[in-house]
Structures are given as structure tokens and as C-alpha cells.
Design a protein around this ligand. Structure first.
Ligand SMILES: Cc1ncc(COP(=O)(O)O)c(C=O)c1O
Length: 412
């Protein structure tokens, strides 16, 4: 028998969970019983999913399923150690070379470094690059709607290096320009989501690069939601905007449009060498299984080739249907050119009610609530995959029309 009085942490956890529940902020796991796709089995239900980041529909692609099988036969299931000990396989090396090739028109002398997750890559980039300057001499400028992993990277960089941190609004860059102009720190770092993960809009990267060049800053772009989706060959936002600079650091993730797992940082080779020396999340973590690296190489071939082009064209069609056929809706839709199409409902209660009604109608679109989004902007984050048909999107729009009426009636 445990003596409950003495387990203070458990009491605290129970109180905090009850508090979250009362604020409609408790998160719940749902267990899927089928591969990630547009139709999934979730807890004995069959649902149409419009919520994953599998934008190109590659997560269950037969070529990649076969590649992973082959990769495991060639390389086994584990890497056995961190990259700098004995875990760095030819599969990781070839993948990094291919990832660097994807950005070689945009970053001179580019090299790539593979990580097991985007969260780790972001922590490594921010803490690693902030350490280039002596303690207390780096300034970091971070977009206020950046992803949590960038926010955590900035916080950790501040704790470890005493960097100064400024937040900026990516839709109004005047304040950023003024702050940068006044800043005499030897090392300035601007960091921004390429595609904002909860809003779907694209960062004003040309303008940010102009400012970074003027003020001699490094510009880190986390293109987790643009890699594979944007650009004629799916190389991402730098390709789409056709920009180039050695002050660009490009981060992409491989568990979203690429359909597999992992992430990478592309930067001028000295910056990558520095991360290999000083990027603690890179140094002190077991390398991802080489079979994953092998599978991602095949995914990059799909992304860059005809199949990727067809899949991106399908996404463009689906986004266009959404933008033209959702105009009846009184709900606040955000102006997004990407497969992320949020509907902002405001309160947690409204977002939860809409998600529940969607679930009852056979759809999986969870309510996104704070702290993932700012308080008062809870939403449905609808995402498209190239595996959705045009009919799938039209049916969703019809269902939303009915649900919108019900939610509005219940709140009026
Ligand atoms: C913008 C952004 N960056 C980084 C990440 C983290 O990537 P990963 O899921 O590979 O850890 C995410 C994940 O959702 C993201 O949305």
C-alpha cells in the first residue's frame, strides 16, 4: 500500500489535471489501428482524417514501405550509438548529401546534418549557434508565433548562453527592423517558421533576408511544413522564393511531407561543422536507425520526381476548392496558401464542440487549444493530403456547413 500523503507529486499532478479539465484544456490520446492515411481506424471507428501533416500522402506509400524493409535487411534495426561514436552509417551520409543537394542553389557551400526529430534539430540549432558568441553577447529575434520547439530552443539558448531574446510579429517587420538597428551585439540570430504551423501562412522571408543582410544576422528558417510541399521540386520555401545566402540556415523535418521520420539542418559548411562539435542534442543522442535514413533517401526521390509533382498539383487543386467553396462560412478562416487551413472558433468550448460533431459525422479533426495557439484562438486545424480526393474535400465542406449552423445555434 502506498501512503498517499507522502507522494506530494501525485497530489499536485491530480490537482493540476483537474484544473486543466475544468478549463477544457485536458488533452487526450487516441489510438490508431491503421497506417497514417486519409481514412483511418481509431478506437473501433472508421474516420476520414484531415489532421495529419502527411501532406504528400507518403507515410504509407508502397515504395517507402518496401524501402524500410530493405533498409532493415541491409542495416539492421538500430544504430547502436551516437553519430560521433559509431552510429553514423553510410545511409545517414548519403541522405545528408542528398538533403544538401536540395538546398545547394540557396546556400553556398551547403552541408546537411540529420537529426532524429525536428524538435532536436531546433534545440541544437538555437543553442549551438548562440554559443558562437561569448556569453551574453548573442541576440535572438524569434517570431512570436514560432513552433514550440523553436520557443524551447530560444529559452534554452538564453539559459545556457545568456543571450538576449526579442519576440517579433512576422506580419509587421518594422519593429524588428528598429530593434535590429539599435542592437550592437556581435551575433544576431533571427529565427522564424517558414510556414506557420497553426496558421498556414508563409513567413516574409525575402524581407527578413534583406534585414538579416543589412544587420549581419543569421536567418534560421524552420520549414517543417514547407519542405516537400513548396517549390517546383518540393525543395521547400527557399526554392519557392528563389533566394540564396550563406546566412540562411534551413531546417526541415522528415516526418511530415516526407512521410517518414527525422529532420535536418542545412547551412554553410563551417556552421554545420560547429554543430557537429558543439550541438549537444546531436552529440549526446543515439543516431536514428540507418534504415530510416535509407527510407528517407527514397522519399526524397519521390518528392523530387514526377510523383512528387503530381502530388503537389493535387494539393493545389484541393486548396483551391477549399478557398472557393468555403466562402459561405461565417467562421473565421485564415488566409493560407498551404495545405494547413485553420478555422478559428475562439473559445475552447466551441472548438471542442465542433471537433465532437465532426467526430460523430465520421471526421477526425481535433480541437487545437492553448498553449499550442494563443488564448481565445482555439481552432480546427484542417490539413490536406495529396491522398484526399476532390470529392473528399467537397464532402467535408458540406459537413462543415451543417456543423457550423449547429455550433452557431448553440452559442447564440
Ligand atoms: C514548425 C515545426 N517545427 C518543428 C517541429 C518538430 O518536428 P518533429 O515532429 O520532427 O519533432 C514541428 C512539429 O510539429 C513543427 O510544426
Amino acid at each position: 500500500m502506498t501512503d498517499k500523503k507522502h507522494v506530494y507529486a501525485i497530489d499536485l499532478a491530480q490537482q493540476q489535471l483537474a484544473q486543466l479539465n475544468s478549463e477544457l484544456l485536458l488533452r487526450k490520446l487516441r489510438i490508431t489501428q491503421s497506417p497514417c492515411d486519409t481514412h483511418v481506424h481509431v478506437e473501433q471507428k472508421s474516420l476520414k482524417a484531415f489532421c495529419s501533416n502527411d501532406y504528400l500522402g507518403l507515410a504509407n506509400h508502397p515504395v517507402l514501405v518496401e524501402a524500410l524493409r530493405e533498409g532493415v535487411v541491409k542495416f539492421g534495426v538500430g544504430s547502436g550509438a551516437s553519430h560521433l561514436i559509431s552510429g553514423h552509417s553510410i545511409a545517414h551520409d548519403l541522405l545528408e548529401k542528398k538533403l544538401a543537394q536540395f538546398q545547394d542553389k540557396h546556400i553556398p557551400d551547403v552541408k546537411a546534418l540529420f537529426f532524429s526529430t525536428g524538435y532536436m534539430a531546433n534545440i541544437a540549432a538555437l543553442t549551438g549557434f548562440a554559443r558562437l558568441a561569448p556569453e551574453g553577447q548573442a541576440s535572438i529575434y524569434s517570431a512570436s508565433l514560432n513552433h514550440a520547439s523553436l520557443i524551447d530552443g530560444v529559452r534554452l539558448a538564453k539559459a545556457q548562453t545568456k543571450a538576449t531574446v526579442h519576440l517579433f510579429d512576422h506580419t509587421h517587420l518594422d519593429t524588428l527592423a528598429q530593434l535590429l538597428e539599435k542592437d550592437s551585439s556581435p551575433l544576431k540570430i533571427i529565427v522564424v517558421d517558414g510556414v506557420f504551423s497553426m496558421d498556414g501562412d508563409i513567413a516574409p522571408l525575402q524581407e527578413l533576408l534583406r534585414l538579416a543582410t543589412k544587420e549581419d544576422a543569421l536567418l534560421i528558417v524552420d520549414d517543417a511544413h514547407g519542405f516537400g510541399v513548396l517549390g517546383a521540386h518540393g525543395h521547400g520555401l527557399l526554392e519557392q522564393l528563389n533566394i540564396a545566402s550563406d546566412r540562411l540556415v534551413y531546417i526541415g523535418t522528415l516526418g511530415k511531407a516526407a512521410g517518414v521520420s527525422g529532420a535536418f539542418i542545412c547551412a554553410q559548411e563551417s556552421l554545420i561543422q560547429w554543430l557537429i562539435q558543439k550541438g549537444r542534442p546531436y552529440i549526446y543522442s543515439t543516431a536514428t536507425p540507418p534504415a530510416i535514413g535509407y527510407t528517407v533517401q527514397k522519399s526524397l526521390e519521390l518528392i523530387e520526381g514526377d510523383e512528387g509533382q503530381l502530388r503537389r498539383a493535387q494539393l493545389v487543386r484541393l486548396i483551391s476548392i477549399w478557398q472557393t467553396e468555403m466562402i459561405f462560412s461565417k467562421w473565421q478562416k485564415l488566409n493560407s496558401p498551404t495545405p494547413i487551413q485553420p478555422i478559428v472558433l475562439g473559445s475552447n468550448a466551441n472548438a471542442l464542440q465542433a471537433a465532437k460533431l465532426l467526430d460523430e459525422a465520421g471526421y477526425w479533426i481535433p480541437a487545437i487549444r492553448p498553449p499550442t495557439v494563443p488564448v481565445g484562438s482555439s481552432r480546427l486545424r484542417i490539413t490536406f493530403s495529396a491522398n484526399h480526393s476532390e470529392e473528399d474535400v467537397r464532402e467535408l465542406i458540406k459537413t462543415l456547413q451543417v456543423i457550423e449552423k449547429k455550433v452557431l445555434e448553440s452559442t447564440s
